[in-house]
Design a protein around this ligand. Structure first.
Ligand code: CAA
Length: 382
């Protein structure tokens, strides 16, 4: 077992850290407050290769491994987890889905611009009545010979306004249940698509979250990913990798809050000494450090399994559930260490706490991860 990161992994981690600590930090409070989409930063990060970092260079990607992706996601999310989710959705859900399951023509047309970061993508699975219960798709993609005709509404779509293409999950044949679901590549500017208003969220406020309505939208047959009826499995397989991204985002939220709490505890004095010398605070920091380290190992283990071609669905569910729940605890404690200062925006930790809440909800709630893990236990898969 080798815990040593390679030179290349350390370089990628440093590049992400430098950008986050020098650039993202400058205007992150304003972006959060006014819910401003970080368009300039996304352009810069695309130039640095982070938007398609996992994609094979033959499709214009960075050819980096999943461990590097975990390291970079942690660094960005320490400062701005809205940037984290934009990068994660583009890399893990959209680029990975296309690279793994798309055909050569689809990769040429859609994957390459995504990998270069010229465009971003979105993953449209959730609906008003199909979040955790993802097989209950109401959006239909009716087979009309050479095209599908799409009708329905998708909810909570990250990159919903800015992205094109969309990867859309929709029901073609209801009689076949989840085996009648397809995954389609859809041009966001196609006739019949209307994007709802920006969701006014508690946290991750500068990520671009919208509902999207489809009214008689024509999608060419050649835009279907995989065989007819592959759409639900496509979504599940793709989410296995997505959950490593969101786990790493939660890791960054926790480690970012912890670093701020340590710094504050070394400066702030009460009862004649720095508060880090009070056992009540020292033990909080000790618990935070240990839990963050445990979560980091879960994230890196899931990434290593993926990089070495081994099954990683259960590992990614464990990483996501533990890290998201841990991030909620650790960011809340970081606010507590800061006392009153933790409750105002200038000290950053209140934002990290609000952002952490979403990691327990999207890409499968913590409860859904427990379903995945407990079914694996029942089937003797772990
Ligand atoms: N890989 C391959 N196939 C899988 C799979 C996996 N990981 N998980 C399930 N399947 C297959 C099953 O084998 C089954 O197929 P067969 O019948 O042919 O064998 C089929 O999918 C249905 O599986 P289940 O019977 O287990 O389905 P279920 O209704 O019990 O649901 C679930 C399973 C795990 C709860 C699933 O619905 C789920 O993951 N729900 C959460 C959805 C989710 O994560 N949504 C996030 C939205 S995306 C997002 O948030 C993006 C963003 O913008 C940030």
């Amino acid at each position: 077992m080798d815990f040593q990161l390679t030179e290349e992994q350390l370089m990628i981690q440093q590049a992400a850290r430098d950008y986050a600590q020098r650039e993202l930090i400058k205007d992150v409070i304003e972006r959060d407050e006014k819910a401003i989409y970080p368009a300039d930063h996304i352009r810069n990060l695309a130039e640095l290769g982070f938007l398609g970092m996992l994609v094979d260079p033959k499709y214009d990607g960075g050819g980096m491994d999943t461990i590097s992706y975990v390291l970079a996601m942690e660094e960005f999310s320490k400062v701005d987890s809205s940037i984290g989710v934009i990068i994660s959705v583009n890399n893990s859900l959209v680029c990975y889905g296309l690279e793994q399951y798309g055909n050569e023509q689809q990769k040429e047309t859609f994957l390459k611009p995504l990998a270069r970061g010229e465009v971003t993508g979105a993953f449209l699975l959730s609906e008003p009545g199909a979040g955790s219960d993802a097989t209950s798709q109401q959006t239909t993609a009716i087979d009309n010979g050479d095209h599908y005709l799409v009708n329905g509404v998708k909810n909570w779509i990250t990159n919903g306004h800015t992205a094109s293409p969309y990867l859309l999950i929709a029901q073609t044949d209801r009689a076949k249940g989840h085996r009648g679901i397809n995954a389609l590549i859809v041009d966001r500017h196609a006739k019949g698509i209307s994007v709802g208003p920006h969701e006014n969220k508690m946290g991750m406020r500068s990520s671009d979250t919208h509902s999207v309505q489809f009214t008689d939208v024509v999608v060419p047959k050649e835009n279907r990913i995989g065989d007819d009826g592959f759409g639900f499995k496509f979504a599940m397989k793709t989410l296995e990798g997505g959950r490593i991204g969101i786990a790493s985002q939660a890791l960054g939220l926790a480690s970012g809050a912890y670093e701020l709490a340590v710094k504050y505890a070394k400066e702030r004095k009460t009862f004649g000494q720095e508060i880090i010398k009070h056992q009540a605070i020292a033990f909080k920091l000790s618990d935070m450090a240990t839990q963050i380290e445990a979560a980091r190992f879960l994230c890196l283990k899931a990434a290593w399994l993926k990089d070495t071609g081994q099954p990683y669905g259960v590992a990614s569910a464990m990483a996501k559930q533990y890290t998201a729940d841990m991030a909620m605890r650790v960011t809340t404690e970081a606010v507590q260490v800061h006392g009153g200062y933790g409750y105002v925006k200038e000290y950053h930790v209140e934002r990290l706490m609000r952002d952490a809440k979403l990691t327990q909800i999207y890409e499968g709630t913590s409860e859904i991860q427990k379903i995945v893990i407990s079914r694996a236990i029942e089937n003797d898969d772990i």
